[in-house]
Ligand binder design. Structure first.
Ligand SMILES: O=P(O)(O)OC[C@H]1O[C@](O)(CO)[C@@H](O)[C@@H]1O
Length: 551
């Protein structure tokens, strides 16, 4: 940490000052001007990474901006930190842990060491066990306590132990086994578990308890209720648990304490962060859904982007570019948020997944030294599938007062759909996709509005300022590999930003305080004991709650 202290503050670096000056000169330069000045911009400002085609021509940048941003990345040691991550160094300094989600998709035979031990063989042992188990479920060979095959899989987990598999299951729905039912339970609100299991037959149901720590109160509470539901439904004793419960965790002791045989536990390791874990054992539900081959294909997609991030030169490095664009807008355009707008119904949970990935990683306000930052860090990430958003919040993006950089993600071919002409329907979806980034970039001038014969008093209302920055990410089809590529792209983008901002993107101390306070408040609610330390607002709310509950 002391070595860190000699590191110049980000906003005292000459590279930062150069960007600030460049921003002054950039002023209100409009994308219309940038496109007019460079007829090749639409093809020149593009990158290809694996199956992803990235167009960043509609970003508020020039060659000079990009050069200056890359200089900042160089000065802040992004490449060095990246290499340290891939080598297995303990770059999560506040928890003294390596950050090795990239090892989860390393090919057999690669050597990645943590504390002198190669972790890759262990990764493949677990993947092989997961594959064997998935096949037993998919083939019907694995039987429940009463001898019936498993038809329903319920994943119980929260945060990184839920969002990844739940998102990927939706994303790859077209590749899943339709004769099996998959449900994902995360909320400690009992309604979540109730709705997930009320129509299921306990005899045919497998619960996957996903928790890195196996101490997360929401998950353990739901798992306990699920066990009760199961044993009640089976009219059986605890001996039935073994055929209906498996665990995904780093904590064998706690798994055993809960009553799950560790033979039914799929392990991962403390160098896998929760929000980076879904291609570890945490992906078991997904593997059962899409099969081991589909899962491996997805890992190949992750690996492809890992290799790109590790080896592509800065000018062609997509995660570096996306990360730096976010730094640019946060620091010099006061952009507070970032929209991710997939034009695919299958990606309906993608942005929710990214919220944890990005906001839990980069929602920090002290740097690695523990000193308060005085620059913007992670943005508020938000968004839903694009066409729905168009009829809800796009008005604000087009004509509001805020700078909202946005990523548009679309596909050339539909994976599935209904309708008389699937191709035409997809073209309609994608026409919207292309139209939106065009409208956001170029807007509509008052002159153009007037030329349409619009009465003068309505001209300001129908004018679109434009100049709203977007990146377009286009791929052929949403396959398991493409999903892996997309996720790795965002993982590394978040990494780049954390490196530039000099924050630890891999801890999450900010979620702890609420957990501690909830533990203190719970007995006050249920038994009315304690609570002397509560502030007057919380004490009054707790009292009102107890009155409403008749306590
Ligand atoms: O997998 P676990 O240990 O149950 O944790 C769930 C989630 O809780 C968090 O620690 C935040 O509370 C996340 O980082 C994590 O993904």
């Amino acid at each position: 940490m002391n070595a860190e202290s000699s590191r110049p503050r980000l906003n005292r670096r000459p590279e930062w000052a150069a960007l600030a000056e460049h921003r002054e000169q950039f002023g209100r330069t409009h994308l219309r001007e940038l496109f007019a000045a460079d007829p090749e911009r639409g093809t020149g400002y593009t990158l290809r990474v694996g199956d992803l085609y990235l167009d960043y021509s509609k970003q508020l940048v020039t060659d000079e901006t990009l050069t200056l941003l890359r200089r900042l990345a160089e000065a802040t040691g992004v490449a060095e930190l990246r290499d340290a991550m891939f080598r297995g160094e303990k770059i999560n300094t506040t928890e003294d842990r390596a950050v090795l989600h990239t090892a989860l998709r390393a090919p057999r035979g690669t050597v990645v060491e943590v504390d002198g031990e190669d972790v890759v063989p262990g990764v493949h042992t677990v993947l092989d066990r997961m594959a064997a188990f998935s096949e037993r479920i998919r083939s019907g060979e694995w039987k429940g306590h009463t001898g019936k095959p498993i038809k329903n899989v319920v994943n119980i987990g929260i945060g990184g132990s839920d969002l990844g598999p739940a998102m990927a299951y939706e994303a790859l729905r077209a590749f899943t086994r339709r004769d099996l039912t998959f449900r994902f339970v995360s909320n400690v609100d009992g309604a979540d578990l109730h709705e997930a299991v009320h129509d299921l037959d306990a005899e045919e149901t497998l619960f996957i308890i996903a928790s890195k720590t196996f101490t997360t109160i929401e998950t353990i509470t739901n798992a306990t209720s699920a066990r009760e539901w199961l044993l009640g439904g089976l009219k059986a004793g605890p001996e039935a648990v073994a055929r209906h419960f498996v665990a995904l965790s780093t904590n064998a002791g706690k798994v055993e304490d809960f009553g799950i045989d560790t033979a039914n536990m799929f392990e991962f390791w403390d160098w896998v962060g929760g929000r980076y874990s879904f291609d570890s054992a945490i992906g078991l539900s997904l593997m059962i859904a899409i099969g081991p081959d589909g899962f491996r294909e997805m890992l190949d997609g992750f690996r492809l982007v890992d290799e790109h991030f590790r080896t592509a030169p800065p000018e062609e490095n997509a995660p570096l570019l996306l990360g730096l664009l976010g730094v640019w807008y946060g620091a010099f355009f006061d952009a507070q948020s970032h929209a991710v707008l997939p034009y695919s119904h299958y990606l309906s949970k993608f942005t929710a997944y990214l919220q944890q990935l990005d906001m839990e990683s980069n929602g920090k306000s002290v740097d690695r030294d523990g000193t308060e930052v005085d620059w913007q860090t992670g943005p508020v990430v938000w968004g839903t599938p694009g066409t729905n958003g168009q009829h809800a919040y796009f008005q604000l993006i087009h004509q509001g007062t805020k700078t909202i950089p946005a990523d548009f993600i679309g596909f050339a071919r539909p994976v599935a759909g209904l309708g008389p002409d699937l191709t035409a329907q997809h073209d309609l979806l994608m026409a919207n996709f292309f139209a939106q980034t065009q409208a956001l970039a170029f807007g509509k001038t008052p002159e153009e509005v007037r030329a349409e014969g619009v009465p003068e008093e309505l001209v300001p209302h129908k004018t679109f300022r434009g100049n709203h920055p977007t990146t377009t990410i286009l791929a052929d089809e949403l396959t398991p590999s493409v999903l892996g590529q997309l996720i790795a792209l965002y993982e590394h983008k978040v990494f780049v930003q954390g490196a530039v901002w000099n924050i630890d993107s891999f801890d999450q101390w900010g979620v702890e305080l609420g957990k501690v306070l909830a533990k203190r408040i719970e007995p006050v609610l249920t038994r009315g004991t304690g609570g002397e330390e509560l502030d007057s607002s919380t004490a009054a709310l707790v009292a009102a709650y107890r009155t409403l509950r008749g306590r």
